[in-house]
Design a protein around this ligand. Structure first.
Ligand code: HEM
Ligand SMILES: *[C@@H]1O[C@H](CO)[C@@H](O)[C@H](O)[C@H]1NC(C)=O
Ligand SMILES: *[C@@H]1O[C@H](CO)[C@@H](O)[C@H](O)[C@H]1NC(C)=O
Length: 431
């Protein structure tokens, strides 16, 4: 039994790699930008999401696709990866067109262009910096051709070897049963859009708001079943499945939807808009996809300012998906062959702190996912020589997130028994 002591109100144990060093540190100015973003996160978490804040504002919500933000397909040295949202941001120059950028600008652009809450955007970005990058920057695709922002920092640190980027983050971030990407073990390519899956999604009967949450939840159930039936290494971890997989499905509707005057409170996602953001052309039965073609459509309106999609929104959608497709709550995996899915008892896994029922209460799904992340980070980060300012900067963001997570009133998880995952060849680090 592998047991950990957990500090539930603290994301990522940054202190475990606190060590003064002069390896590729960042500037005081950059630290000041992190501090400013941290203050903005705190302010946004206090904004009341009242209906007046949701009034349609064409100028504020229409996203520019011209000038500096014109679509340009990536060049041969630019990288793109498994996230269509980030690929679109890079193709339109909202983040570096190279596909490698800082935690700071990826957080800001996700908020500005898609109306993702700063809390959620900062969490995803810091997590990626830690797990797939060099703490303050990461590649949205494979290993950076253009070099990371911090130059040789990661290689001199030997932190995780080198930051491998999101494309190589299997079961730390990139995971199985994604909406449009194939499973790594089944297809060998979890990064490219899988046309067969896209055909199936496109063919789903649409809901009141197009490819809305009702559609995405049903589709998630079908993908979950399909992975059980086809992928002997299918694994559903507390973070990768309950949080990331839920997010991948919810984002498709919540963030790609067109929030025009006609659909002010909800957003509408039709096939043309979905195709554009996913880089797909052609018609049903004959869709085509090419690497790096994700495009923000002309005349597209993001979520209203003041109605950002936050950590709490994601928790609500994750719970909603489980209430409509209850079997997807299973944590566990196939044991090497298709159709061998074995669930782990959440009570055993969490020392009795959570069970199938309590996971659906309050913000407990998010609590469980965060706690597993905070357990796994020090395990994966074996300590290294981080520049002082790098740590100070990222700490500013996690310090801004901690009080938000504290409002979730998470039950204190003290044990996390990863030995229960030994039967699953696809479990990876068990998150
Ligand atoms: C804030 C930083 C972000 C990071 C680090 C990130 C990272 C990722 C990763 C690693 C995946 C693959 C997950 C999987 O295997 O299923 C993913 C999927 C996805 N992301 Fe992001 N993402 C971010 C922001 C966004 C934004 C702003 C959007 C806007 C719509 C978005 C939309 C999506 C969608 C729709 C998927 C599912 C792709 C599929 O169909 O399989 N993401 N993201
Ligand atoms: C997935 O499988 C479960 C149980 O085997 C079944 O109840 C459910 O309807 C299936 N979901 C879909 C979307 O086909
Ligand atoms: C969004 O909705 C508005 C209003 O119906 C429409 O004019 C615009 O073309 C739509 N944008 C996209 C990308 O479909």
């Amino acid at each position: 039994m592998k047991a950990f002591l957990i500090y539930p109100a603290t994301l990522f144990s940054l202190s475990c790699f606190a060590f003064p060093g002069n390896h590729g540190d960042i500037s005081e100015d950059t630290v000041a930008e992190y501090a400013a973003l941290a203050a903005k996160i705190a302010r946004q978490s206090e904004v009341k999401r009242d209906s007046s804040k949701r009034a349609f504002d064409a100028d504020a919500q229409r996203i520019s696709t011209t000038g500096a933000h014109a679509y340009i397909a990536p060049g041969s040295n630019d990288v793109r990866g498994p996230c269509p949202g980030l690929n679109a941001l890079a193709n339109h120059g909202y983040i570096s067109r190279t596909g490698v950028d800082s935690v700071l600008s990826i957080t800001a652009a996700s908020n500005e262009v898609f109306g993702m809450g700063l809390d959620l955007a900062a969490f995803l970005s810091v997590y990626s910096g830690v797990m797939a990058g060099d703490i303050t920057s990461f590649s949205i695709g494979g290993k950076a051709n253009s070099g990371s922002l911090l130059g040789g920092l990661t290689s001199s640190l030997g932190l995780l070897g080198e930051g491998q980027g999101l494309s190589a983050s299997h079961n730390r971030f990139e995971c199985d049963a994604s909406p449009t990407r194939g499973d790594l073990y089944s297809t060998g390519d979890p990064v490219s859009l899988n046309l067969e899956q896209f055909e199936q999604l496109a063919a789903m009967p649409q809901g009141p708001n197009g490819y809305d949450l009702t559609v995405m939840s049903k589709f998630r159930g079908a993908s979950f079943n399909n992975s059980i039936a086809t992928n002997g290494h299918f694994f559903t971890g507390p973070f990768t499945h309950l949080a990331v997989n839920a997010a991948a499905h919810a984002f498709t509707y919540r963030l790609f939807g067109n929030w025009s005057a006609e659909h002010p409170g909800e957003g509408y996602l039709d096939l043309e808009t979905l195709k554009s953001f996913e880089g797909v052309t052609g018609e049903p039965g004959n869709f085509q996809w090419e690497h790096g073609r994700e495009r923000i459509p002309e005349n597209w309106y993001r979520r209203p300012i003041g109605n950002e999609y936050s950590l709490v929104s994601l928790n609500l959608d994750a719970v909603h998906a489980i209430t409509t497709e209850p079997y997807i709550i299973a944590i566990g995996g196939n044991t090497g062959e298709p159709n061998t899915f074995t669930g782990v008892d959440v009570v055993d896994l969490t020392g009795g702190v959570f069970n199938g029922q309590t996971l659906l209460e309050g913000n407990n799904l998010a609590c469980f996912a965060f706690q597993v992340v905070s357990i796994a980070s020090p395990d994966i980060l074996r300590g290294g020589l981080l520049g002082n300012l790098v740590q100070t900067a990222v700490q500013k963001l996690t310090d801004a997130l901690n009080p938000i997570i504290a409002t979730f009133n998470c039950p204190q998880l003290t044990d996390y028994d990863t030995s229960l995952f030994e039967a699953f060849p696809g479990a990876g680090s068990g998150i």
